[in-house]
Write a protein that binds this ligand. Structure first.
Ligand code: PMP
Length: 404
């Protein structure tokens, strides 16, 4: 492991060394079965007990109430852009069979590239009209960038939508809702309409912040989902927390005119089969189970919340120092900055390339921002330690002194 760089990549991203070492053993001989985890039947008792452990580790560490099921699937966050629409439209169809597609509405909160992508998929699928509850670009400094969470007065929700969609952490743009319930950048739960079922159809993409801290108002969500490849494990596993009233008979809804749902996207098909309707992503699930076992031993989401807060504070305060000296320019307004993905520009000719090369020379890698926005992106997922963060912050400071 000496030759390993510190990986600040946005996903797939760093995994703890201890987990990778343990996973090597499981690849050869899983739980003493004499065969590796990538070779064993997903229906073996050893593997089904792993699924139960994985679920239990999520349920206990996030305090998921019995009203919600935890299900495992594939297809990534992008698969869920489609699945949430199809399942929530089926639910709404069963509640309101007589509405036309125009009368049926889906609300989208747009705070960055990923919620925008989800919106595009909702429009593609049809079956309802789409209402943008807010588009953060309209309230940004330059009127076209995603640079923060808009003020609550700008949110406008429909009365009884089939779903209300938001992305909790925008991985590309570095914008995240606050988790303290007080700050202006918190999600405006108090503005949500009660809706006809009395339960909010609230859907949240937690792909890049899942298990990094507690989820505010988790029990009030219809669906929370996350691809595993940031905080939890390798790509190929998608984790869902779904309130039971959103696990509906999609075939009954289709008979009433709803869009038919491919079986691998049906929450009911997956949930009824305890996430083993078809072959799941066994190897990613194994590694995720090791990651979450380690998290539990360290103190769960409380531990990571305090660690991640500290890491983010250190980076943002150095960023501020660099801003004051004219070396760095944050891309996100104060108060909306993500704990997981810190994005900024390095000012000056060729300065960004110099910053990246200097970091590489010190064994710190994958700091280049997403191609759509450029600049630097520092991803501080759970596997990044405080010492690794300190090393980066020291480098940011050195870079300021050499370039101010
Ligand atoms: N949502 C968010 C917030 C993401 O960061 C990503 C991937 N980086 C996605 C959705 C898409 O996920 P996937 O690549 O697993 O389809």
């Amino acid at each position: 492991t000496d030759a390993r760089s510190v990986n600040f990549g946005a996903g797939p991203s760093a995994l703890p060394d201890s987990v990778l070492q343990e996973a090597c053993k499981g690849l050869l001989n899983f739980k003493g079965t004499g065969i590796g985890v990538a070779e064993i039947s997903h229906r073996s008792k050893e593997f089904t007990s792993l699924v139960a452990e994985l679920e239990n580790n999520i349920r206990t560490q996030l305090d998921v109430p019995p009203t919600h099921k935890i299900i495992f699937t594939q297809g990534g966050g992008t698969g869920q852009f489609s699945a949430v629409v199809l399942n929530m439209l089926a639910r709404h169809r069963l509640l309101h069979p007589d509405l036309s597609d125009e009368q049926r509405v889906m609300d989208y909160v747009i705070t960055g590239s990923w919620s925008k992508k989800a919106l595009e998929e909702a429009k593609r699928l049809g079956g309802a009209s789409v209402h943008v509850a807010v588009d953060a670009r309209e309230y940004s400094k330059d009127s076209r960038s995603f640079d923060g969470i808009p003020a609550h007065e700008h949110f406008d929700f429909s009365a009884d939508p089939a779903l209300i969609y938001y992305c909790e952490n925008e991985t590309v743009d570095g914008v995240q809702f606050s988790n303290d319930g007080q700050s202006p950048a918190s999600f405006p739960f108090h503005l949500l309409p009660p809706g006809s079922s009395g339960l909010w159809p609230l859907v949240a993409d937690y792909s890049s912040s899942f298990m990094s801290r507690k989820i505010p108002r988790l029990a009030d969500h219809a669906v929370i989902y996350a691809g595993a490849q940031k905080n939890i494990g390798p790509a190929g596993l998608t984790i869902l927390i779904v309130r039971q009233d959103c696990i509906v008979d999609v075939d009954a809804a289709a008979k009433l005119g709803a869009v038919p749902v491919p079986i691998t996207l049906s929450y009911k098909a997956i949930a009824d089969a305890s996430s083993l309707y078809n072959t799941p992503s066994t190897l990613p699930m194994y590694i995720a189970s090791l990651v979450l076992e380690r998290s539990r031993n360290l103190g769960g989401t409380e531990y990571f919340e305090s660690l991640n807060r500290k890491k983010a504070q250190k980076v943002y305060s150095m960023l501020k120092e660099g801003e004051a000296k004219g070396v760095y320019r944050p891309k996100v307004r104060e108060g909306s900055g993500s704990w997981m993905n810190v994005v900024f520009d390095v000012l000056g000719d060729n300065a960004e390339a110099k910053f990246l090369a200097g970091a590489e020379a010190k064994g710190m890698t994958a700091l280049k921002g997403h191609r759509s926005v450029g600049g630097i992106r520092i991803s501080l997922y759970n596997a990044i330690t405080e010492e690794q963060t300190d090393k980066l912050v020291a480098y940011m400071k050195e870079f300021i002194s050499q370039n101010a």
